[in-house]
Design a protein around this ligand. Structure first.
Ligand SMILES: [Zn+2]
Length: 176
């Protein structure tokens, strides 16, 4: 393809490359774009690093709000969010079903509210010796969790997602 006639289609090939030239100038960050049709390169220098992740996450949110994409279909190239969430729910159901004595599920939070104000969600938890671990899942997973149903969930102890997974990991070291 002729570089002059080409209607370039630029793609990022390198980003946030520190550039320090000449020496007395403050450091800058280079972004390199290359035309996928003719191979022409375009370089842009900026004073600050470009927030690629922030920009990408904003695009995902905007597109989701505009209903042109479903975040479940967003992929890292190997797995979609939807697939990972589906596996997370099913894997946790196995953990709960194998530890029925300490597991529970409920359609209501401890304060009587519906998760996300949407009847399509429920809460499921496991009471480990290190404290509770809970997740919200869509109702389509309800029957997978063959554990006792509570009218309302136990009082939430404020655990973070990180603490939840640590507590789940601790079950492997204890006798239930
Ligand atoms: Zn081109």
């Amino acid at each position: 393809m002729n570089k002059i006639l080409c209607k370039h289609e630029y793609h990022l090939i390198e980003g946030n490359i520190p550039v320090h030239y000449p020496d007395y100038e403050p450091i800058k960050y280079g972004q390199t774009f290359k035309c996928s049709k003719c191979g022409k390169e375009k370089k842009i220098l900026a004073k600050c690093k470009y927030g690629y992740q922030k920009a990408l996450n904003k695009i995902i949110k905007d597109y989701e709000k505009a209903k042109v994409i479903n975040t479940n279909d967003v992929s890292d190239g190997c797995h979609t969010f939807g697939e990972l969430y589906d596996h997370r729910a099913k894997l946790f159901s196995v953990i709960c079903n194998q530890n029925k004595k300490i597991a529970w599920k409920s359609k209501l939070h401890s304060d009587g509210t519906i998760p996300f104000n949407d009847k399509n969600w429920f809460i499921v938890g496991i009471n480990t010796k290190k404290g509770q671990a809970t997740y919200h899942y869509e109702m389509k997973y309800w029957d997978l969790f063959k554990v006792k149903e509570l009218d309302i969930a136990p009082t939430y102890d404020g655990h973070t997602p990180e603490q939840a997974i640590e507590r789940i990991l601790s079950i492997a070291e204890e006798e239930v």
